[in-house]
Design a protein around this ligand. Structure first.
Ligand code: TAP
Length: 498
């Protein structure tokens, strides 16, 4: 965090929004001329109207991306020159950090300080990491007889479609753009309908950074029209999606029914936070449990939404968790002491409240929160909520709520903890709290999840792979050098020497 916190309110008042689609290096209206409104979840009020891209706009963007790719203007550029351009883009994002944080907060309802201190720095670090990596990746020559030269080379996959969710709009867009562009591909991005503002601003900055026209395209619009058109397009070589498991499945169908494009899915989770009975200092554990489920209003695919606690520890831990959750202030995303902002939209608010009702109906007990708050603002706020007496077969323990709702489940021993942790269709992340080195090693191996954190809640950083087991993911890993594998093809060149 910088020493002086910017005046976010003043920035919000003076903002100019990008509202048109960005296709082939230009901001353009939708072919249909239609627009849709993007809403501030903290007030329920319209922020601005955005071009409503649909199939025709997606087709235009894909054509532009293909032409850019075939021209070699970016795909044929030396890796170190692509690196330089991406570093310029990262520097521009940094220069506009405060403005981007304000845009993200207005569009998502999240605290502006979270956007400023977490989302935007994460996007910058992601762009930098993949830019820095790309001129350090070597191809290989395989061991053959002396009359053969067999080169195994990596080539960009081509045109990548990226369909983005609303919870971390810029950070997830950067997670796609970083490796996709570093590797020489072109991209067509469809931001979530709720949160198009930062992707459009990023497109403006990409042009300023000198990334050639057609390499980055942004088509705002709806999933069923623009998103589906990208998923089904025969000239898209790879589709990278982050969002719900249900919609992720549609992209496999779209690929099967079109051109068998490569599909990469980063999906939901129902991640456990497991607390063993050997822990002593509860304060740091409680803080991490709160971060795990309350950060980003619980709208986080890795959210630690199931608290699995040893029965001998439960009363003491739950008392401390309840006390700590009460310190998470829900309120105006622009207030400096706000830790939780608004949920993304009214439909989602109803969904989260519906889960809270379902938990009560199934016999779990609400020991904190459970209600919508700050109704007078017109926004969609829910207070931190904790259920006790949850069974792992209850709906609230099995389905992704995507809100600030924690379900407490007890276990008797390590084996039971692992069994409950794995008893879900998801497998994105898990946290384990223990002082026992043996338990730390053994349990982290037994948990079927893409990321297991020990004595913290974490998603790693740019340098480590991120993705899910089971129905939390498909087709690859984001972040780290593995992300580059997803957006490249391996070619064997077998040369007979005379
Ligand atoms: P999704 O429906 O999965 O939306 C994610 C993206 O897919 C959006 O850009 C969306 O466009 C697009 N999309 C939706 N339907 C599509 C279709 N038929 N074909 C192609 N693209 C389509 O998520 P949501 O509805 O916003 O949220 C619902 C639930 O999904 C949440 O409550 C949460 O459980 C989960 N979710 C998970 C994540 C992560 S990171 N795992 C992120 C967001 C949501 P539109 O914006 O127009 O819908």
């Amino acid at each position: 965090m910088t020493a002086t916190v910017p005046d976010f309110g003043a920035i919000a008042k003076s903002l100019a929004f990008e509202t048109k689609a960005f296709i082939n290096g230009e901001f353009v209206s939708a072919a249909s001329g239609k627009t849709f409104e993007t809403i501030n979840p903290a007030t329920g009020k319209v922020i601005t109207a955005i071009a409503e891209g649909d199939k025709e706009d997606a087709n235009r963007a894909i054509r532009a991306a293909r032409n850019a790719f075939e021209s070699g203007a970016w795909s044929g550029m030396a890796p170190r020159d692509r690196k330089a351009a991406l570093l310029r883009l990262a520097a521009l994002v940094e220069k506009h950090q405060a403005e981007l944080a304000v845009l993200e907060s207005l569009d998502t309802g999240k605290p502006v300080l979270d956007a400023y201190n977490a989302d935007i720095p994460d996007a910058i670090a992601t762009l930098q990491w993949h830019a820095e990596a790309i001129d350090k990746i070597y191809d290989t020559i395989s061991p053959t007889s002396s009359d053969i030269v067999s080169m195994v080379v990596r080539e960009p996959i081509g045109v990548v479609g990226a369909v983005i969710p609303w919870n971390f709009p810029l950070a997830i867009t950067a997670m796609k753009i970083g490796p996709v562009l570093a590797g020489g591909n072109s991209i067509v991005i469809k931001p979530a309908e709720q949160t198009p503002l930062t992707a459009l601003k990023l497109a403006r900055l990409a042009a300023e950074a000198g990334i050639p026209e057609g390499v980055i395209n942004v088509v705002p619009g709806f999933g069923e029209t623009a998103g589906q058109a990208i998923g089904r397009h025969a000239d898209v070589d790879c589709l990278s999606f982050t969002g719900s498991t249900e919609v992720g499945g549609y992209f496999l169908k779209y690929a099967a029914e079109s051109n068998l494009k490569r599909v990469i899915l980063e999906l939901g989770g129902k991640s456990p936070a497991i607390v063993m009975d050997d822990v002593d200092d509860l304060d740091p554990i409680v803080e991490q449990i709160a971060m795990g489920i309350l950060f980003s209003q619980g709208e986080n695919c890795s959210a630690g939404s199931r608290l699995l606690v040893h029965e001998a520890m439960k009363d003491r831990l739950l008392e401390a968790v309840i006390a700590h959750f009460k310190t998470w202030k829900v309120g105006d995303p622009f207030a400096a002491d706000t830790k939780m902002g608004a949920l993304i939209e009214e439909k989602h608010l109803d969904r989260v409240l519906g889960y809270i009702d379902a938990g009560r109906r199934e016999g779990a007990s609400v020991v904190l929160g459970g209600n919508q708050v700050l109704k007078e603002t017109g926004g969609y706020f829910v207070e931190p909520t904790i259920f006790d007496n949850v069974r792992n077969d209850m709906k609230i323990a099995q389905e992704e709520i995507f809100g600030p709702v924690l379900s407490t489940i007890t276990f008797k021993d390590v084996d039971e903890a692992v069994k409950i942790a794995n008893d879900t269709k998801y497998g994105l992340a898990a946290s384990l709290y223990t002082n026992d080195l043996h338990i730390a090693h053994k349990v982290s191996r037994k948990i079927r999840a893409g990321t297991v954190s020990v004595n913290c809640f974490s998603e790693g950083d740019q340098a480590v792979p991120f993705g899910g087991f089971k129905q939390s993911g498909f087709g690859g890993r984001e972040k780290s050098l593995l992300a580059h594998d997803q957006y490249s093809q391996v070619k064997t060149i077998w040369m007979q020497l005379r």
